[in-house]
Design a protein around this ligand. Structure first.
Ligand SMILES: [Zn+2]
Length: 331
């Protein structure tokens, strides 16, 4: 008889657990299984093709944050219900980070860089993993020709530097959206900014200073390297940019932070995230982008979607639904 009730199964497990515990007490030694309950995952990278272009998603890890006021216009209960609907724990917001390395025919490109080595140390390896995962994927940071940045939040730019403050991609040109640069480098905007935002202004200046004239600025709808074109998607920040990767007949939209975690903001496009600087504009952009992705059945790569963070957006009721792409064993 099939009986999958949680109550019966957990009662059974408790009995087995108790026996094992007694065994440990008697011997006074920890078992091999307990000792090897290692906390480290396998390296997190994932490859797929867009025509002849090769994408390697190199996860930067995850950080949980208290829910707080992460959604400005929904109650804690509504947000917890959305988390529960995605089988996620309540009262915590999972910040997932997924930068990508992109090999076009002629260039090796990094698209955003993760939280960097400082957070790697601070979080005991839970986040800031991108450099390590690049290495595990066999990608040498010295070989990266171009780093394309979507916007200037720490989770996208801090991996531009090593722990000692030197450039982490020493031979790369760093391409940034012109309006993003103009906003965060504006001293008047910095002094007028609310206290909470001032630290981001300071961080932007800290990160870009050692990069000097390696930084170049790009506009909207510009082919930055062959096969990668900018598409401005403001709202999350004043100069936030997405990127369209095309090769042959294939297209993927790298949407950066058009929305954060899909369980909340794809399902509920009308929810305004506290980290969207212009939430009304962000919502408008999100709806426009997702309506088009859904209509064209176009693939999307979302920086904050669960690893490996690529798939499709469908319309679903008043919101949308993220459908992960299937993994391909050969590329
Ligand atoms: Zn972000």
């Amino acid at each position: 008889m099939i009986d999958l009730t949680r109550r019966r199964l957990l009662t059974g497990a408790a009995t087995v657990g108790a026996v094992a515990a007694i065994g440990v007490d008697v011997s006074g030694a920890t078992t091999g299984a307990a000792a090897s309950a290692a906390s480290k995952q396998a390296p997190g990278f994932y490859r797929y093709k867009v025509g002849s272009i090769e994408v390697t998603v190199v996860t930067d890890g995850i950080r949980d944050a208290p829910l707080g006021n992460i959604v400005r216009n929904a109650s804690t209960e509504e947000v917890n219900a959305a988390l529960a609907a995605a089988y996620l724990p309540r009262d915590k917001f999972p910040y997932v980070f997924n930068p990508c390395a992109i090999k076009t025919g002629s260039k090796l490109v990094m698209l955003d860089t993760g939280l960097g080595p400082e957070i790697y140390a601070q979080s005991k390896g839970q986040a800031g993993q991108a450099h390590a995962n690049l290495e595990a994927a066999g990608i040498d940071r010295k070989a990266v020709d171009v780093v394309i940045i979507s916007h200037f939040h720490a989770d996208h730019i801090n991996g531009l530097l090593n722990a000692d403050g030197t450039p982490a991609f020493p031979n790369a040109e760093v391409m940034v959206p012109e309006p993003e640069w103009a906003y965060w480098m504006d001293d008047a905007k910095m002094s007028a900014a609310p206290e909470g935002l001032k630290s981001n202004f300071a961080n932007v200046r800290r990160v870009f200073k050692p990069l000097g004239d390696r930084v170049t600025r790009y506009g909207d709808n510009k082919e930055l390297v062959p096969g990668i074109t900018s598409m401005f998607t403001f709202g999350h920040t004043p100069g936030h940019s997405s990127h369209i990767v095309t090769s042959g007949s294939e297209i993927v939209l790298f949407q950066a932070d058009v929305s954060n975690h899909p369980a909340l903001f794809v399902r509920h496009p009308d929810w305004h995230a506290s980290f969207d600087m212009d939430p009304v504009m962000a919502e408008g952009v999100r709806r426009k982008v997702y309506d088009q992705l859904a209509a064209d059945r176009m693939k999307v790569q979302g920086f904050h979607f669960p690893f490996p963070s690529n798939g499709y957006i469908e319309k679903d009721g008043r919101g949308y639904r993220f459908v992960p792409a299937q993994w391909n064993p050969v590329i």
